[in-house]
Write a protein that binds this ligand. Structure first.
Ligand SMILES: Cc1cc2nc3c(=O)[nH]c(=O)nc-3n(C[C@H](O)[C@H](O)[C@H](O)COP(=O)(O)O)c2cc1C
Length: 213
C-alpha cells in the first residue's frame, strides 16, 4: 500500500475510534475489493511479536460460501448460549432488555446474508496477542470507510467443519470472525465505564489525575 492508498482512510483516527461500535445489522451491498484491500493492508500494519507476522485472514465474499459458513456461525452462537446455561432456544425468548444478546442473536440469524466475513487466524497456536491488534486496525479501517464490523467468536462444536469448509490447515489457530458490511443504523457512540474507574496511576487503586473532575 502506498502513502496515497493510505489517504483512502482519511477519517481522523479519533473520530474512527470514538464512533466504532458493534455493527450487527448489515446491508447486503457488496464491499468494493479496493476497500477490502485497504482494510487488510491496515490490519497488516499492526504490531506483532518479533515482527514474525503470524496473522492470516480468510476473507469470504462468495454468497454461497457465506451462506454455508453462516449456518455454522448460527449453530456456534446457540451452542455458546447453551454452555452459558441459558434456556433460550429462539431469539424471541431472549429478554427484551438484554439488547446485546438480542442483537447478537439477530446477527446469528442474518450473518448468512453478510456481504463479507473475515476470519482471523494465526499460523500457529497461542499467538492471539500478535493477531488481535491487527483485527482492531482492520475494524478501524473499515469504520473509516463507512463499513461496519463486530468481532465475534465461534464454538468448538463447529470448528472442524469451519476448517474443512475453508481448507484451513490444522496447525492454524482461529481467533475472531468479523462480519463486514454497510450498516443498517448508525455508528457510535459507545457505552463504557468512566476511565477514572478503570485506570490507575503508578500503582493499582491509585487514582488517575482526572478522577473526581
Ligand atoms: C472477544 C470478543 C468476542 C465477542 N463476541 C461477540 C459475539 O460472538 N457476537 C456478537 O454479536 N458480538 C460479540 N462481541 C462484541 C461485543 O459484544 C461488543 O464489543 C460489546 O458488547 C460492546 O458493544 P459496542 O462495541 O457496540 O460498544 C465480541 C467482542 C469481543 C472483544
Amino acid at each position: 500500500m502506498t502513502e496515497t492508498d493510505s489517504g483512502r482512510l482519511g477519517m481522523p483516527v479519533g473520530e474512527a475510534m470514538f464512533s466504532q461500535r458493534s455493527i450487527r445489522k448489515l446491508r447486503p451491498d457488496p464491499i468494493p475489493t479496493d476497500d477490502l484491500h485497504s482494510i487488510i493492508e491496515a490490519a497488516s500494519k499492526a504490531p506483532n511479536g518479533g515482527n514474525r507476522q503470524p496473522g492470516r485472514y480468510v476473507v469470504l465474499t462468495e454468497p454461497e460460501l457465506i451462506r454455508e459458513f453462516g449456518a455454522l456461525y448460527r449453530e456456534a452462537w446457540w451452542a455458546k448460549r447453551r454452555d452459558e446455561g441459558h434456556a433460550w432456544t429462539t431469539r424471541e425468548a431472549i429478554p427484551a432488555e438484554d439488547a446485546v444478546h438480542r442483537g447478537a442473536a439477530q446477527l446469528a440469524d442474518e450473518i448468512a446474508n453478510a456481504p463479507c466475513i473475515v476470519l482471523a487466524f494465526s499460523t500457529g497456536k497461542g499467538q492471539a496477542n500478535s493477531v488481535l491488534p491487527g483485527v482492531q486496525n482492520l475494524m478501524l479501517a473499515a469504520r473509516a470507510l463507512g463499513i461496519g464490523s463486530v468481532p465475534t467468536t465461534l464454538h468448538p462444536q463447529v470448528m472442524d467443519r469451519v476448517y474443512e469448509l475453508l481448507s484451513v490447515p490444522a496447525e492454524a489457530d482461529f481467533h475472531l470472525c468479523i462480519p463486514l458490511g454497510y450498516p443498517r443504523g448508525n455508528f457510535g457512540p459507545t457505552n463504557r465505564r468512566p476511565t477514572a474507574e478503570t485506570t490507575f496511576f503508578n500503582g493499582w487503586d491509585q487514582p488517575a489525575p482526572w478522577a473526581g473532575e
